[in-house]
Design a protein around this ligand. Structure first.
Ligand code: SF4
Ligand code: SF4
Length: 431
């Protein structure tokens, strides 16, 4: 009971932000989860009302509140469209971090997040062990897209068509690097991110190709880990802070000008969530985190703003039709949507055709896809229909998690549309 009082007190610190919600309902029309379920507790307004109920001690069940907060694709559409400018994701993140202190994390989550994910060496070792065995359990699903599916019923894989682990992760191809700035006169730190490292290492290779082509110095310290978002959204704050500490120690700010990542979610996490949840840390560490977040950028944004890449006027025939899906964490959370399109328009041989609802969530949402696959698929299939309607041969995006979801949806529907990262397409155009 005392625990509940303490929980109400801590959530009460967000009360001013929660009370700013006028219950106008604008978020209903843009919430991808609500559009599938029609449940008020799935939309931002309902979740904020529930948190208010927790503050007023009307609810006594932190697990129940946590489960309802978990039914969220974390897309930020509600915040983006909220007329009151309420920072909904910040409220969700902070309340989840508070509630996670009051609920017992299942033992298997502790093993996954604290002992595996939070220790890059152990995590990488386990993935290396698993990679050769995956063939036993999976078979090709759509070779055109490069997906696989489970050979037997699997409660984890369900009916997913997924991208298998790459034969060699990027960190084994390039364990570290430190090259000086060339003609561009600028040096970046490269934060690969777990999904690119283990599933799409060719995307990281594409980034290095671009750096070399444009004379950009690159700093890649050995042993960088996950950005922490899977631990955070699963309620393991301890693992999340362990990862921040371990990464920040390796990212020596005097060695580079800008930190770039090819993952929209990593960019958002480092830029917005690390400083948001590190206010209580010691001044020196807090300062380093804030400094790092201020120089963190999405890689397409970096290339357009710092290398001044421009849309090409060259028109080659025949042109391949290309469409672009806006990752939620790039457009809605960071305001990056023009730069990836500029980058794609700079590539001769493609014509960019925007899909309907290009910024509508694909339904991935990290742990949301794992925990609520059926809703995630319904959201994803709407995205698939919008992609197919453009008649494109290739769909580009700037987030490896979105690449996974788009591959799953297109593959399951039997489509022959390639899913590529924006910088992969740009890199292929460089001679
Ligand atoms: S749009 Fe904003 S103010 Fe309106 S109900 Fe949703 S969260 Fe509340
Ligand atoms: S973040 Fe997205 S899924 Fe979650 S409540 Fe807001 S609009 Fe709905």
């Amino acid at each position: 009971m005392n625990d509940m009082k303490e929980l109400s007190r801590l959530i009460g610190e967000l009360k001013e932000q929660i009370d700013a919600c006028t219950r106008c309902g604008m978020c209903q029309s843009v919430c991808p989860v609500f559009s599938e379920t029609g449940r008020e507790s799935d939309v931002a307004r309902g979740k904020l009302a529930m948190l208010d109920g927790l503050v007023q001690e009307m609810f006594k069940n932190p697990n129940g509140v946590s489960d309802r907060l978990d039914r969220c694709a974390f897309c930020g559409s509600c915040a983006f469209h909220c007329p009151g400018g309420i920072h909904v994701l910040e409220i969700f993140i902070k309340s989840r971090s508070i509630i996670s202190g009051f609920i017992r994390l299942p033992w298997y989550k502790k093993i996954i997040f604290r002992w595996m994910l939070a220790s890059p060496r152990i995590f990488n070792f386990i993935i290396t062990l698993l990679q050769p065995f995956q063939k036993v359990f999976i078979r090709p699903a759509n070779p055109f897209i490069g997906t696989s599916c489970s050979r037997v019923f699997s409660p984890i894989l369900k009916q997913r068509h997924f991208i298998p682990l790459a034969p060699l992760p990027f960190h084994q191809m390039v364990p570290s690097m430190d090259t000086p700035p060339g003609s561009a006169g600028i040096k970046v730190a490269f934060f690969t991110g777990c999904i690119v490292d283990k599933f799409f290492p060719h995307v990281a290779k594409a980034a290095l190709n671009i750096f070399e082509y444009h004379g950009i110095g690159a700093f890649l310290p050995e042993g960088l880990g996950c950005c922490g978002i899977p631990a955070l959204t699963s309620g393991d704050m301890k693992a999340f802070h362990q990862l921040i500490r371990s990464n920040i120690e390796k990212l020596d700010l005097s060695r580079f000008d800008i930190l770039v990542t090819p993952c929209a979610t990593c960019t958002f996490t480092i830029k917005k969530i690390w400083p948001l949840l590190c206010q209580h840390k010691a001044e020196t560490l807090k300062h380093r985190i804030e400094k790092l977040s201020s120089v963190t950028m999405d890689i397409s944004e970096f290339l357009v703003k710092h290398i001044h890449l421009k849309a090409s006027s060259v028109s080659n025939h025949p042109l391949t039709t290309l469409s672009y899906h806006d990752p939620c964490h790039l457009k809605k959370s960071l305001g990056v949507f023009a730069e990836p399109r500029t980058l794609l328009r700079s590539v001769a041989g493609y014509t960019l055709k925007d899909m309907q609802n290009a910024d509508r969530c694909c339904g991935m949402g990290g742990s949301f896809n794992l925990n609520h696959y059926e809703i995630s698929t319904r959201i994803g299939m709407r995205k698939r229909d919008d992609i197919v309607d453009t008649g494109c041969a290739v769909v580009a995006t700037g987030c490896p998690a979105c690449m996974m979801q788009l591959s799953d949806m297109l593959s399951k529907a039997g489509d022959k549309i390639k899913v590529k990262h924006t910088i992969e397409i740009y890199s292929e155009s460089l001679k």
